[in-house]
Design a protein around this ligand. Structure first.
Ligand code: GLN
Length: 195
């Protein structure tokens, strides 16, 4: 049974815990370096990326997360979590940092303020034929997919799901709509990493 964490500084932590538990994982909330050391994979929830960034520094868990990512820990980021995984943030707050790891540029709030929330059916060939019902909430989008990363899905020509080895990120929130396949894929990566 893989033991995974959800970064629990801010955001939709509970929804991720519920999906991961439904898939049979042992789930721990991660706020400190000691808690991070106990998990074999980490989910970065949706929320407000600049707040999660700030709290990660305050709780001194930012550098340990960066080290674990460099060490190959599987991570799945949704929405704000995708922003935190991006090597470069566009339209971030002046002092906002990401953990990085994903060779992508991600623009915050890429779908504008007029349409800040919407749902869409997405084709995600990597997950099979069944489309993904995706909930976007002030969602980011990937504006540059670097050579090391692979686009998994797009909406209106904008990339909204990417993967790079053990790192997975979606601009939308599968955890609010009962979509389990992204979390399952993350847990597969955790098992493959030897947890
Ligand atoms: N707009 C938020 C941010 O910039 C992300 C929104 C979300 O996670 N649903 O962090």
């Amino acid at each position: 049974r893989p033991r995974v964490g959800v970064l629990a500084l801010q955001g939709d932590v509970r929804e991720h815990v519920a999906v991961l538990e439904a898939l049979g994982a042992e789930v721990a909330l991660v706020r400190t370096p000691a808690q991070l050391a106990q998990v074999a994979g980490l989910v970065l929830p949706g929320g407000e990326s600049s707040v999660i960034d700030k709290l990660s520094r305050l709780f001194e868990v930012r550098e340990p997360i960066i080290e674990r990512i460099a060490g190959g820990m599987p991570v799945y980021g949704t929405c704000a979590g995708m922003i935190l995984l991006a090597d470069r943030i566009l339209d971030g707050l002046p002092t906002q940092l990401s953990f990085g790891g994903l060779d992508v540029d991600v623009r915050r709030n890429a779908f504008g303020s007029q349409v800040d929330s919407f749902e869409a059916e997405l084709a995600v060939p990597a997950l099979g034929d069944e489309p993904v019902r995706a909930t976007f909430i002030r969602a980011p989008a990937v504006e540059r997919v670097g050579a090391a990363a692979t686009a998994l899905a797009s909406v209106d020509g904008r990339v909204v799901a990417v993967e790079q080895g053990p790192l997975l990120a979606t601009a939308f929130h599968p955890e609010v709509g009962g979509e389990l396949r992204f979390h399952r894929r993350f847990l597969d990566r955790v098992r493959a990493a030897g947890a």
